[in-house]
Design a protein around this ligand. Sequence first.
Ligand code: SAM
Ligand code: SF4
Length: 463
Amino acid sequence: MALKKKLFIKTYGCQMNVYDSDRMADVLAPLGYEPTDQPDGADMVILNTCHIREKASEKVYSELGRIRHLQNEKASGGGRMVVAVAGCVAQAEGAEIMMRAPHVDMVFGPQTYHQLPEMVTRAVRGAGGVVNTDFPVESKFDLLPEESAKPQGPAAFLSVQEGCDKFCTFCVVPYTRGSEYSRPVGQVLNEARRLVSHGVREITLLGQNVNAFHGEAADGSVWGLGRLIRALAEIDGLERIRYTTSHPRDMDDDLIDAHGTVPQLMPFLHLPVQSGSDRILAAMNRKHTGDDYRRLIDRLRTRQPDLALSSDFITGFPGETDQDFADTLRLINDIGFAQAYSFKYSARPGTPAAGLEGRQVDEKVKDERLQAVQQLLNAQQVAFNQTMIGRTLSVLFDRVGKLEGQLLGRSAYMQSVYVQAPARLMGQMVDVHVTGAFANSLSGHVVTGETVTQAAPAVEAHA
Ligand code: SAM
Ligand code: SF4
């Protein structure tokens, strides 16, 4: 039995990184590493990083500065803290990280964490820093421990697809995560069954471009995401299925149909469009127009009229004019989103859009457009949340709230819902009568089972 050691992992960015961090902990468990939620005194600290925007990358370096003090403290007590940078910044910057932060022991990309035990051995021996940014021929998914740590709650992530071949001109993902890869169907179904056997009731299928999924089944046939979702829906006890993130071009008929025919598939879809201007969409290499997106949403809403939509928007892409931006606002008004994310364009080294000399939009204009887009999206989100007042929604409680006796869960439409309820309802799917609607959450009281109702807080209360 290996000696117990403390492992602290800090995760930045997307849900795929959250999934990856859990798998890294699984790989390190046989070496005696146990997760801790504080970096102080840890034997290993891993920063699992995001490179998508400049701000995300820079955060890593300031965190490394803080970690250095903790590493020195540990060393002064005769201990050793191994410091690692993983994820997309590691992939993109490699050895450069060790030049800027020489106290880092390991730098490794998203495709290599199954090789962590060897990397740790090399780093601990102290034979210089370990840099591993390979795209190994073997898939990490085939080599990860099958029986991994127990899931943390009733809702879990499951990576089914990774990488991207779309090469949107603003995006680093094809460079940091590599080309598109789908896990074999059998592997995905086994992992889903295992999660459900540990009490998971909701699974979110993950991929940088998850609806490009084309996994091979045991009989050699290739399944799309729609077929995978139908098979998952047959697992007893799996009550909710979601998937993220999708590309409009990969929404095929079967997947659209699944939205109307698979009750476990939640009526919520995150489908990034980025811009409403055809000129900008072409410059982004998105390979769809604003009207293609509108038609796609019409088809989805025909199959599932209750579908709530989310999206991503970028403001200030190189060359974006006032007219282009007005087209984005028009698209938002045409569709009506339940929630959405919006970002200022951030030039990423090595991407085609970053090299568009003289076409970069002024920072102040980017800011103004971002504010305008967020104002409109927030208004739509509040309006959507308000349509929930008086309705009874099924909520899966997965966290405790900040207030005494408060539980927090998600509605089918991904809204956070707060109620006063006994702790024993944690992990349960419960009907909640909605009485309050706020910008980022709903509140209400439990209406099923024994009466456990109590007045919900009159103001928005974040967990
Ligand atoms: N695969 C998804 C798609 O097709 O849209 C998106 C994945 S990306 C990790 C998440 C979001 O980050 C994108 O949808 C985009 O809005 C945003 N993003 C990516 N690169 C960006 C950049 N250079 N500047 C600003 N936002 C960016
Ligand atoms: Fe990036 Fe998504 Fe475009 Fe792929 S499809 S390049 S992940 S924005």
